[in-house]
Design a protein around this ligand. Structure first.
Ligand code: ZN
Ligand code: ZN
Length: 331
């Protein structure tokens, strides 16, 4: 039974009586996973495992060889493009409406984020809005506190928040959490194009590697580094925000009851500012997550650049008055 099939009053009651320990079961006795969900879980497994196999292959191939400058530059460029697609596009623009983007930028960010192998844009937004609606309480799709605060519970919760949640039978209904995106035909088309965009995300580095080096080895090497390894890295950095950034780090900001989001500085650079997660949870609609001086937030810097170029307007910066009505708590 999914969270959406539980009556709202029961869910509210569970949330209201939640005491901070392991989540009470709201999903009844285990039921067989329906066929379409089973297929989706199998596909998720392939999406998670394939980049790791690529990593293993690269380590084997690269043994005794240095990574080439071509591979390094392609990996970094594609990492930044697809990561900003997730952080600035999927997260700050589409989930939280921290700013308004001109249409070509909005669609480009949605396409780039889709190339990060993290699911289609509409489902990503729906899951993340649900996370904010129920942070670290029953109903949160990926809280590391699901199994309580004992050592065993925390380890189990960490695995669940990082990866395990994607394999459960707890779908997040997009109609409930992302109706705005479902009403946007171009966004629905980008969502449907997710498998094709995954293929493009792997084909592009291979083609560029071949074009630059003129060799099949160059194509294969770029495919591994700028394709599979870049995807695996970005996946685990993004998932670390869900897992580590609710467990380890500082909590300098006020958040809602039970919300245990943290600021985790070691991930600030690779996560492009997303690991200032406590700052984010304290004001989810804000375009800047690194709220304190010296907190590097490259995603906020990019939004600032878009604003200067006139591509982004209505940006919610920390100094501006808190807005009302931003999509911060799902629906
Ligand atoms: Zn969070
Ligand atoms: Zn968020």
């Amino acid at each position: 039974m999914s969270i959406d099939q539980v009556s709202p009053s029961r869910l509210r009651a569970d949330g209201a009586t939640y005491d901070g320990g392991a989540f009470p079961r709201v999903d009844g006795p285990p039921t067989a996973m329906p066929g379409p969900r089973r297929r989706q879980v199998a596909l998720t497994g392939a999406i998670v495992v394939a980049p790791l196999l690529g990593l293993a292959a690269a380590i084997w191939l690269a043994w005794g060889h240095a990574i080439t400058w071509t591979d390094l530059l392609l990996t970094l460029t594609l990492y930044l493009l697809t990561a900003f697609g997730v952080t600035v596009g999927f997260h700050r623009l589409l989930t939280h409406r921290s700013f308004t983007a001109r249409r070509p930028l909005r669609l480009a960010l949605a396409v780039l984020g889709s190339m990060s192998f993290q699911g289609n844009v509409i489902d990503w937004v729906a899951v993340h809005r649900r996370h904010h609606a129920f942070t670290d309480r029953p109903g949160d799709p990926h809280s590391p506190y699901r199994y309580g605060t004992g050592l065993r519970g925390q380890l189990r919760g960490l695995a669940h928040a990082h990866l395990g949640w994607m394999f459960g039978n707890d779908p997040t209904p997009a109609a409930r959490y992302a109706p705005d995106l479902l009403a946007e035909p171009a966004m629905v088309r980008i969502g449907r194009a997710f498998p094709a965009l995954c293929v493009l995300s792997l084909a592009l580095p291979a083609a560029l590697g071949w074009a630059i080096t003129g060799t099949w080895y160059g194509a294969a090497s770029a495919f591994l580094w700028a394709g599979l390894i870049r995807i695996a890295l970005l996946q685990h950095i993004t998932w670390s925000v869900n897992s580590l950034c609710h467990l380890f780090g500082d909590r300098p900001h006020r958040t809602r009851r039970h919300d245990r989001s943290t600021d985790l500085w070691p991930l600030a650079l690779p996560s492009l500012g997303e690991s200032w997660h406590n700052g984010h949870h304290s004001d989810p609609g804000c375009a800047r997550h690194g709220r304190n001086p010296g907190q590097i937030d490259l995603s906020a810097d990019l939004i600032r650049l878009f604003e200067r170029l006139g591509w982004a307007t209505n940006v919610h910066w920390p100094t501006s008055r808190p807005r009302t009505g931003a999509a911060t708590t799902g629906r």
